[in-house]
Write a protein that binds this ligand. Structure first.
Ligand code: C2E
Ligand code: CA
Ligand code: CA
Ligand code: CA
Length: 279
């Protein structure tokens, strides 16, 4: 038993060491990743459930690490937030996403909105409104076509501060969505106070729909509430035709998920478009 305890300890220590090392490797690498051009944005289509058209894309970051391979944002975004590197990386994401949409407009693809994830840390950034405005000017993107996705976690910051910040962003003409809606355990008060345009139903709720005649009171309630608040509602993580039909029946506005497409590289997204256009 003593032997085993020691092995467990060694195993635990090794795991700690590995985690620590990986963290150090990632942190060091992240500082260079921007200049070395190792980040990519993938784009996942968002579909209007009434027309079936692609009306937007969500930009999702990928890191192609020279030794570690593809690293998930779930792993490195929190690290970027802790180290403050989210500021320069966030600016790169915004600029790249906006100019990509302009490039696609230039190629004659249909007008699309782009949704960019904003981490809570970025809301606290002093120059956020300034650089969002600059990026819009520099890229020439119609501000209406930019949507910023924030999570309910911002509700934990000083309320007046957040309201001011969001109002300044709104004055640029863009849209604001609440991401992962329903998972934040925060009071719903902020829905009346924050200038929000869209609710994005978290995929954990969509997951629970297994057939089109299912009753999911939470989803039904979120959609009804969004309608009453005059907010657009989009479902994420739609993987099956049953889920799609359920959401259509409930008059959900838009949907996104593997059922339609996983997030695609720029090249693959363009391929998808050409296929749709020639279909
Ligand atoms: P999120 O914003 O909630 O993004 C949705 C995640 O669900 C994405 O994972 C997407 O690939 C995945 N997904 C899409 N459709 C489906 C589906 O049908 N089923 C399932 N199971 N998953 C689906 P991804 O790309 O790994 O991103 C994970 C998280 O990392 C994001 O969650 C977001 O919180 C963060 N993230 C990603 N890109 C960025 C970024 O550019 N900036 C910031 N601040 N955070 C980002
Ligand atoms: Ca998101
Ligand atoms: Ca989400
Ligand atoms: Ca999420």
């Amino acid at each position: 038993a003593k032997e085993q305890g020691r092995n467990n300890y060694q195993f635990y220590a090794l795991e700690m060491k590995n985690k620590f090392l990986r963290r150090a490797v990632l942190e060091k690498g992240m500082r260079k990743a921007l200049e070395r051009n190792e980040f990519r944005l993938h784009y996942q289509p968002q579909i209007d459930l009434q027309t079936g058209h692609i009306v937007g894309v969500e930009a999702l970051i990928r890191w192609i690490h020279p030794e570690e391979g593809m690293i998930s944002p779930i792993e490195f975004i929190p690290l970027a937030e802790e180290t403050g590197l989210i500021a320069p990386i966030g600016e790169w994401i915004l600029e790249t996403a906006c100019s990509q949409i302009m490039q696609w407009q230039g190629k004659g693809f249909p007008l699309m909105r782009v949704s960019v994830n904003l981490s809570a840390r970025q809301i606290q950034q002093q120059n956020l409104v300034g650089y969002v405005g600059t990026v819009l000017e520099r890229t020439g993107l119609d501000p209406k076509l930019l949507e910023l996705e924030i999570t309910e976690s911002i509700a934990m910051y000083n309320e007046d501060y957040v309201i001011n910040k969001l109002n300044s962003l709104k004055r640029l003409g863009l849209q604001i969505a609440i991401d992962d809606f329903g998972t934040g355990y925060s009071s719903l008060n902020y829905l009346n106070k924050f200038p929000i345009d869209t609710l994005k139903i978290d995929k954990s709720f969509i997951n629970q729909i297994t057939d089109a005649s299912d009753h999911n009171e939470i989803i039904t309630t979120i959609i009804a509430m969004a309608r009453n608040l005059k907010l657009k509602v989009i479902a994420e993580g739609v993987e099956t035709v049953e889920q799609l039909h359920y959401l259509q029946n409930q008059k959900c506005n838009e949907a996104q998920g593997y059922f339609f497409s996983k997030p695609l590289s720029v090249e693959d997204f363009e391929l998808l478009f050409r296929q749709i256009a020639s279909a």
